[in-house]
Design a protein around this ligand. Structure first.
Ligand SMILES: Cc1cc2nc3c(=O)[nH]c(=O)nc-3n(C[C@H](O)[C@H](O)[C@H](O)COP(=O)(O)OP(=O)(O)OC[C@H]3O[C@@H](n4cnc5c(N)ncnc54)[C@H](O)[C@@H]3O)c2cc1C
Length: 455
């Protein structure tokens, strides 16, 4: 009743259709309905909702557009589903400072479409039209992270509503700040478990004058991965350095007509202020790829062709799912230091061969990040895929990496938190306890309910 009085009936729904629409993300995790969906229209409304929820110990799960891949936005314990669909405005473009202040519900693609007229863009790109709030909360990355960094590297300031209803500002619009604890980056990647982002000032970069897309196909995944390490080591500074396996290349050809060789392929992009710099860089990349046995090399500066290739790459997951109409999928995400990338990929290849498992690989290789996609049709296949997933995570951790490079912890990776963070997990618990003592914010995420994996 108090929610309805504060928000107005039009900004709240208990209709089954609305609850269902916000019950699952894009992962394989089981859906769970909230009890009510609310659509706040201001930061103050968000703060008021949290104050009421905190008083009544009602769980609150924030929702961008639900494209998470680890169950991050599933309202596991019901309660209030806080959708940012109606807080999707650009508040101010600070073009001279290369910054923009936005509400959290704006999609990053919609934002970049608006920013194009200023010749600026927000670089993190997870493919889906994810919201800025969801990207910051998951510390999302994507194809351009190798050059421009993850979401955490592209935010300067945020307004955050705390569980008790206080509204605070963290960070500053100055690109330098050494004043006190870095609370900004405490909230980034916290998956809506510490506070709710109600506004963010983002860093922007000028749209590059010259861009080229490069495709290099290799006879084996190992050779492609060697080229990744060599390109990174050459100082060439790619704006994207992606790996797809041979199966993906074939599926992309069928679905998008992009004429890829049926081999493991590197998708690259290079940005430069001058044509000559770009051409020189491309020559160097070709030399590296040729030396490492590339079976084909193709570079284009044609905008339409470049966009077509990236469109295909961005859609690779959906294309693969569509190519397997009788299967369900789950996708896993790990990352390691770049020097350990060949070893990780070799291990995945070994698992696939030894256990006769179907799995596809696609990754932000330049960041040492790989996604393995497992199709399954029944419980037995799912179990085998889960075991492979677990073994790959453990190997990534042994190699000095992380259980999740960009998809976040959500539900799926909570069991690795102790193994990855050790005693630091207790510090995280203390911070959670301090900021959300009643555990109303996205409960059931990040922290393991049962500490399964310690070894
Ligand atoms: C096909 C496909 C490809 C993908 N590729 C990539 C990729 O390349 N790189 C990558 O990093 N990710 C990728 N993702 C995952 C996903 O797009 C990102 O995690 C994205 O950041 C989620 O944004 P969202 O708006 O959908 O957020 P949601 O899924 O709705 O929410 C994400 C998390 O943020 C919380 N949240 C949402 N809004 C707020 C807020 N205002 N304040 C506090 N917490 C909030 C939610 O509670 C949840 O924990 C991909 C997903 C799909 C389906």
């Amino acid at each position: 009743m108090r929610l309805a009085a504060g928000l107005g009936r039009a900004n709240l729904s208990t209709a089954q259709a609305d609850l269902d629409l916000h019950a699952r993300d894009q992962s394989h995790h089981h859906p769970r309905r909230g009890d009510v969906v609310v659509w706040p229209e201001s930061a103050q409304a968000v703060a008021d909702i949290l104050r009421i929820a905190n008083e009544h110990r009602i769980p609150v799960t924030a929702w961008g557009v639900g494209t998470s891949l680890e169950g991050n936005s599933i309202p596991l314990y019901g309660g209030i589903l806080l959708s940012f669909e109606r807080m999707n405005r650009i508040i101010e473009v600070h073009a001279d400072d290369f910054q923009v202040t936005v509400q959290p519900g704006i999609g990053h693609k919609d934002l970049n479409a608006e920013l194009a007229r200023y010749g600026l863009f927000f670089p993190p790109d997870p493919g889906a039209n994810a919201t800025v709030g969801g990207m910051l909360a998951n510390n999302a990355s994507g194809i351009r992270t190798v050059k421009y960094g993850a979401s955490k590297d592209n935010v300067l300031r945020m307004q955050v509503a705390l569980a008790d209803g206080r509204l605070i500002t963290v960070g500053s619009r100055s690109v330098k700040q050494s004043s006190g604890y870095d609370l900004l980056h405490l909230f980034v990647g916290s998956e809506g478990t510490l506070g709710i982002i109600t506004e963010a000032t983002l860093k922007l970069v000028p749209v590059p004058t010259y861009m080229s897309a490069v495709l290099a196909a290799f006879p084996t995944v190992e050779a492609a991965v060697e080229a990744v390490v060599a390109v990174r080591g050459s100082g060439l500074d790619p704006a994207a350095l992606e790996l797809i396996d041979a199966a993906h290349a074939v599926m992309l050809n069928q679905a998008e007509g992009v004429n890829l060789e049926p081999y493991p392929t590197l998708f690259m992009e290079f940005h430069a202020p001058h044509e000559a710099t770009l051409s020189y860089g491309l020559e160097m990349v070709q030399e590296i790829c040729d030396e490492l046995g590339a079976v084909s090399f193709r570079a284009t500066t044609d905008t339409a062709e470049r966009k077509k290739l990236w469109h295909a790459r961005h859609n690779s997951y959906e294309i693969m799912v569509r190519s397997h109409p009788n299967k369900q999928f789950f996708i896993m995400d790990v990352a390691v230091p770049i020097s350990a990338y060949p070893e990780l990929i070799a291990y995945i290849e070994q698992i696939k061969a030894e256990r006769n498992i179907t799995a596809y690989m696609v990754g932000h290789a330049g960041d040492g990040n790989i996604h393995v996609e497992f199709p399954y049709a029944d419980e037995a296949e799912f179990e085998r895929a889960q075991q492979a997933d677990h073994d790959i995570v453990m190997r990534a951790l042994e190699l000095g990496g992380t259980a999740t490079g960009e998809h976040g912890v959500g539900i799926g990776k909570a069991r690795y938190m102790r193994r990855e963070h050790g005693e630091a997990l207790e510090v995280m618990r203390s911070i959670k306890q301090l900021l959300d003592p009643n555990n109303i914010l996205n409960p059931g995420k990040i922290f393991p309910a049962v500490e399964a994996v310690t070894g």
